[in-house]
Design a protein around this ligand. Sequence first.
Ligand SMILES: [Zn+2]
Length: 163
Amino acid sequence: MSKKCTNCRHVGLESMTPTLYHYKISGLDNIYLKGGVTEFICPSCGSRSTSIQNLVGLHRAIADILALAKRRLSGNELRFLREQLGFSGEELAGLVEYSEEYIRKIESGSTSPKAPYEMFLRVAIMRGMKAPDYDLRELSQRKKYKLEELRFINKDRDWKVAA
Ligand SMILES: [Zn+2]
């Protein structure tokens, strides 16, 4: 199986496996990968491309470690967690009632995040939360609510919401 260069269309790329790969395109400064990475180099035009195995699993592993870090997180790390949750800056701004500008400043490192913002991202990652399919911004701006009746049924000592 020979790979084709996306730049000059030359067929037959040289491949190599780096012993330690600095994963800079994650947007984080301190992530290094051992194995699972193949670098392709075109002998004709010299362009390089990188293939990383199971990127979804890798990003989940990074997010899990960040969520449990016993230190405050950097702006880049907070951006990584937001993106891992599937929120745009605008969506998250609406949800937590901060301005988009404030979130941009946090992520660029020009201002420190308030603790609840950082905790929200950490807990959402730990709980495996994903952005829901309803409009969070619209929901967060709604100030009225109407309580519905919630019936829980006990079956074999377990509680479940009745259909
Ligand atoms: Zn090429």
